[in-house]
Design a protein around this ligand. Structure first.
Ligand code: HEC
Length: 113
């Protein structure tokens, strides 16, 4: 599903804990994954994208989630950092029905603090 959980699930010894921590966030990205990262980039910490209303994106509207994916702008208007903002490159071409399916699936991810 869009490779979201590969980044948004914390890893222990390099292995993502999809059973207990799906979408919980917290992993730090500080090395360039692909060429072309901005030289001033200081790194970023993957957000909690579970359905938790405060810690995660449970209170976001469908439109706000889709906007984050396709434009790299967070709910509060903040421009998301690399690597998330660069993913527009991949996600902005998704069809509206695929985006809706992805959002529907994200709503099923159990809430985690
Ligand atoms: C290559 C790693 C990576 C992938 C793949 C990825 N993300 Fe992210 N995402 C991040 C990082 C790191 C941040 C934090 C960026 C920041 O704080 O500026 C983030 C931020 C976000 C945010 C903003 C949350 C907030 O509180 O502002 C949302 C929503 C999000 N990602 C959803 C997704 C979804 C849905 C997918 C899959 C379709 C996805 N991400 C794929 C790394 C990734």
């Amino acid at each position: 599903m869009g490779h979201c959980m590969g980044c948004h699930t914390p890893r222990t010894q390099g292995i993502s804990d999809f059973t207990n921590s799906l979408g919980k966030g917290g992993s730090r990205f500080s090395i360039a994954l692909v060429k072309g990262y901005p030289s001033a980039w200081q790194g970023a910490i993957a957000s909690n994208i579970t359905s938790h209303p405060q810690a995660g994106i449970g209170a976001w509207s469908d439109t706000e989630i889709k906007r984050a994916l396709t434009t790299g702008i967070s709910r509060n208007g903040r421009e998301l950092n690399t690597p998330m903002k660069d993913h527009c490159r991949y996600f902005c071409g998704m069809s509206e029905s695929d985006l809706s399916a992805l959002v529907a699936w994200l709503r099923t991810v159990p809430p985690l603090e």
